[in-house]
Design a protein around this ligand. Structure first.
Ligand code: GRF
Length: 219
């Protein structure tokens, strides 16, 4: 089985990156982590990746004249490491439409809300303020419009009466760590088909047992 070479982009602690790295240790996982990249040289997650023997790189966006220059440097790194798929995992830098189009259907993101609800930042605070009873997370293909693009996987959690944004974030994050590796497996195995905004598994070619659909967290 040939494994797809994946770069994970982070800006901070990198817990989703860890979940992908751990999943990719399974011999039948269809992707290998070829590079962990950050736009912040001080991102905490880089140390973990290094300790795992994974190639890491940081390009400080602040030292580049603009987004295009920054992305040129990023693309050189991706070429160097023969990257085939990119996973954004807490990467807090908007990518240009040019870059996103160049990586169409090969660039995925995790978002801490049930898209299309709560695009953007502070999703947990906004969900609590709205009084929703169900919240969650989404893995989706990246398109030039922020937090849009075909949805690959979602998981829901119940919002509890005494939830704070921290407790809710923690329960959602647990689900993120389950659905992101499962979603990457589906994309990397080449069995995921895209039709408009919808994605589905091509039933004729399934041999990897992929999506573990987490149950609603009803603690
Ligand atoms: C996660 O909640 C992810 O959904 C969002 O940013 C956060 C990153 O957390 N895009 P981590 O760095 O993966 O721990």
């Amino acid at each position: 089985m040939s494994r797809k070479r994946v770069a994970i982009f982070i800006s901070g602690r990198g817990s989703n990156m860890r979940s992908l790295v751990e999943a990719a240790k399974a011999p039948d996982y269809p992707a290998e982590i070829a590079l962990v990249f950050s736009n912040r040289p001080e991102a905490e997650g880089l140390a973990f990746a290094k300790a795992q023997g994974i190639a890491t790189a940081a390009v400080d966006h602040k030292i580049h004249a603009g987004r295009d220059e920054f992305e040129k440097s990023v693309q050189i790194l991706l070429d160097l490491h023969r990257v085939e798929l990119i996973c954004l995992a807490g990467f807090m830098r908007l990518l240009t439409a040019n870059f996103v189009r160049a990586w169409e259907h090969r660039l995925i993101n995790i978002h801490p809300a049930l898209l299309p609800a709560y695009r953007g930042l502070h999703t947990h605070e906004r969900a609590l303020a709205d009084g929703v009873k169900i919240h969650g997370c989404t893995v989706h293909f990246v398109v030039p419009e922020m937090d849009q693009g075909p949805i690959i996987a979602q998981a829901a959690v119940a919002v509890l009466d005494d939830d704070t944004s921290d407790t809710l974030a923690a329960r959602v994050l647990k689900q993120e760590h389950l659905i992101y590796p499962a979603a990457l497996a589906r994309v990397a195995s080449g069995k995921l088909k895209i039709s408009g905004n919808r994605t589905y598994d091509d039933a004729s070619t399934q041999d990897f047992s992929p999506l573990r659909v987490p149950e609603i967290d009803d603690v």
